[in-house]
Design a protein around this ligand. Structure first.
Ligand code: ADP
Ligand code: ZN
Length: 722
């Protein structure tokens, strides 16, 4: 088989993404590769396909012991022979796998670095035919990130001991220092580097000014209809994780905590439930997430500011791996800035490290305060240039207004000065607003010149002013950590009124609807019932095999079943994500379910003895005859739907048969299509190997022509070529 055939027949995908094919060819030819691709980009196929084509077993090094089992199971669902070896297996299990290896029965073997590096295992590899080495999450070799694993630095042994075996190292981290570390530590100097775009267009980025993070989180979840969705909420501390998870649970959401301070068993159990069940929210510290390849995480929320843009990108990147729309939402406020600044300034690290930390903090603060497209800033940080604004972030959807904050800034700065540069923001705001409380009286700050001079702004607005001044470095935070603010050198020109300063007008209540949603979320009536039935079946199948539901089918595949209503195995095989094994195991089950549903809910099945386009015969059922009759008498499609009380897809199905049998003209049915459009759609169908697949055509036109239209156009071609 060729790589493309494997992609098609085993994985059920139409075409390679980005440089997948080039990478595969490079490995097949025996070269080394370093692949930098974002989460969800499709890195695994880059070594899985060569693993099946080269003789011998591919050894995949992965630090994710807890997830290996699922990775292997997902491969087995495709009929691929894979296994894993790590410390969780007992002696008997290890023996079985060793035997399989000796018998050359495996295409892929996942191992932890610890296991790989044992002399025994290396000796064993000497006797084994190896197809390739894949090093997953290879950024773990670098001390720069927070995922550093010391064993990774010893992986050079692979190169020394097996110089002729190709190596492919993959990661979703792309910053320069990490990349350099990977190349030097692993001796990948001669490796070809493949870098994909790090854009994640399906993720909608959004940041709100933090007031009460928990309530705001709840509002976000409700407004975005994230009920029954899987999601991750990131917090900075363990305490906040526990509080937030508890609170969400009280509000009726399925939320589970996850952090390093928990009992190991319980923590793993929570991770398992997140993977196995639908609609679980994990509330976690950064300890959670690496390697979580659940494809349908629909949102990632930050209720505290992450330490760097890299961390933010990695964490938000766990949303929407399946390519369907997903949300990245964050609440961010002055407290975050104060806390992180303090952490950086008071850290014990050496000066060079501290400077780097400061630089990173500055970058993420800049991102939060930006008034133009967020995606442009984010990608720019990774060295990519996005020419046009994205249209899928808050600042694009709801452009941010700025205001002349020169006078307000002067008042804020001088208030800090008049109160001797040692008080926190709430105190300063009270002074500006002219509040007299005991503390203010005690320090006699009701007598200073800035007392009560800020009544034109609300407390919230002052918070916003202070936050922006801190973020931009005009105000510093005390190192002792009591939150006292003081002026920096750069604030002088502002105090003296020499430079104007424009501030971001924070939006407290959003007015526009955000984020595009997946199609299945807007299903209603029969379609919704069908979706639920299919999803339930998927869950049942998954549970009985003790695997996560997405391993059976992704949401996008179920979505296609509802939209395309495949009636035959051939049609089913054309859905995205359905390879030969999955077709064999699940195709008929889902087709039967679809038919059961159709009978039950009045949507009669049209007889379709149709397998391939060549000997396709349109059989017009009695029910279709009725529809076609009504249509020919001048009833509109809407009228027929009402009169016959059938689903619109069914009525269109009848009309499609009419067109295919030559009883109706295409343009009678689809009245708003112009000739050139029809020609374009036809060309697209005719350029395909088989006309059975609708989805590639649908995708080609970015969904502007719905499936009803596509079916009708296809029917008219079929009539003509018969
Ligand atoms: P990564 O490891 O880069 O995060 P994965 O390898 O897990 O990403 O791939 C992400 C998802 O995209 C998976 O569900 C995978 O099956 C799917 N995928 C990968 N390549 C393709 C392709 N060429 N066409 C369609 N889907 C693909
Ligand atoms: Zn944008």
């Amino acid at each position: 088989m060729s790589p493309a055939e494997i992609l098609h027949q085993i994985f059920g995908y139409q075409k390679f993404r980005g440089e997948q094919e080039q990478i595969i060819q490079h490995i097949l030819a025996g070269g080394d590769a370093l692949v930098l691709m974002p989460t969800g980009g499709g890195k695994s196929l880059c070594y899985q396909i060569p693993a099946m084509l080269r003789s011998g077993v591919a050894v995949v090094v992965s630090p994710l012991i807890a997830l290996m089992h699922d990775q292997v199971i997902a491969l087995q669902q495709y009929g691929i022979k894979a296994a894993y070896l790590n410390s969780t297996l007992n002696y008997d299990q290890v023996r079985i796998i060793s035997n399989q290896l000796r018998q050359k029965e495996l295409d892929l073997l996942y191992v932890s670095p610890e296991k790989l590096l044992t002399p025994r295992f290396l000796d064993f590899l000497d006797q084994t035919e190896i197809a390739l080495f894949a090093i997953d999450e290879v950024h773990c070799v670098s001390q720069w990130g927070h995922d550093f694993r010391p064993e990774y630095t010893q992986l050079t042994v692979l190169h020394q001991r097996f110089p002729t075996i190709p190596r492919i190292a993959v990661t979703a981290t792309a910053d320069e220092p990490t990349k350099r570390d990977i190349i030097t530590h692993l001796g990948l100097d001669n490796a070809k580097i493949f870098t994909a775009s790090f854009d994640r267009p399906n993720i909608c980025y959004r940041i709100v000014q933090k007031q009460n993070a928990k309530t705001q989180l709840l509002e976000f979840l409700q407004a975005e209809k994230h009920h029954n969705d899987a999601g991750i909420v990131y917090c900075l501390s363990r305490k906040r994780v526990d509080e937030t998870a508890k609170w969400l649970t009280q509000q009726g959401w399925q939320a589970l905590p996850y952090h390093a301070g928990m009992d190991n068993k319980l923590r793993e159990q929570h991770q398992m439930r997140f993977l196995r069940e639908e609609g679980v929210i994990i509330v976690a510290t950064v300890a959670f997430g690496m390697g979580i390849d659940k494809p349908n995480v629909r949102f990632v929320a930050h209720i505290d500011l992450p330490k760097s843009l890299e961390a933010y990108y990695q964490e938000t990147g766990r949303a929407g791996r399946d390519g369907l729309p997903a949300n990245a939402w964050m609440a961010y406020g002055l407290q975050d800035v104060v806390m992180l600044k303090h952490m950086v300034d008071s850290s014990e690290a050496d000066e060079q490290h501290k400077r780097i930390e400061q630089h990173k903090l500055k970058a993420i603060l800049g991102y939060c305060e930006i008034t133009t497209c967020r995606r442009q800033v984010l990608l720019n940080y990774f060295g990519e240039n996005l020419v046009n604004i994205c249209g899928n972030c808050d600042t694009c959807i709801e452009p941010v207004a700025t205001w002349d904050g020169t006078e307000a800034s002067q008042k804020a700065l001088s208030c800090i000065y008049r109160t001797e540069q040692r008080f926190g923001v709430q105190y300063l705001i009270d002074v500006l607003l002219g509040k007299t409380n005991d503390r203010i009286k005690k320090f006699r700050h009701n007598k200073v010149s800035t007392f009560g001079i800020g009544k034109e702004l609300s407390s919230n607005q002052w918070h916003s002013v202070f936050r922006q001044l801190v973020a931009r470095g005009f105000i510093a935070v005390d190192v002792e950590g009591y939150g006292g603010l003081r002026l920096t050198e750069s604030s002088r020109p502002i105090l003296r009124g020499e430079t104007p300063i424009f501030l971001r007008k924070d939006i407290s209540k959003r007015s526009k609807v955000y984020g595009r949603t997946s199609q299945w979320r807007s299903f209603s009536g029969n379609d919704k019932i069908l979706w639920d039935t299919l999803a339930n079946k998927r869950l049942g199948l998954a549970n009985s095999q003790n695997v996560p539901p997405y391993v059976i089918f992704h949401d996008s595949t179920l979505e296609d079943i509802v939209l395309q209503q495949p009636q035959t195995l051939a049609e089913f095989a054309n859905l995205s994500g359905v390879g030969a094994k999955k077709l064999e195991h699940y195709g008929q089950i889902f087709i039967d379910l679809l038919n059961e549903h159709t009978t039950k809910y009045g949507n009669q099945v049209i007889e379709k003895p149709i397998n391939s386009t060549i000997d396709r015969v349109a059989v017009v059922s009695e029910s279709a005859e009725v529809t076609i009759g009504l249509f020919n008498q001048g009833s509109s499609i809407e009228d027929i739907i009402i009169e016959r009380n059938l689903k619109s897809t069914t009525i269109y199905g009848h009309l499609v048969l009419g067109i295919e049998a030559g009883q109706l003209e295409l343009q009678q049915v689809i009245t708003n299509l112009k000739e050139p459009e029809i020609n374009e759609i036809e060309d697209q169908f005719l350029s395909q190997e088989s006309m059975d697949a609708l989805k590639p055509v649908f995708d080609y036109f970015d969904g502007i022509y719905n499936y009803d239209i596509l079916r009708c156009v296809r029917a008219s071609i079929l009539y003509r070529i018969k």
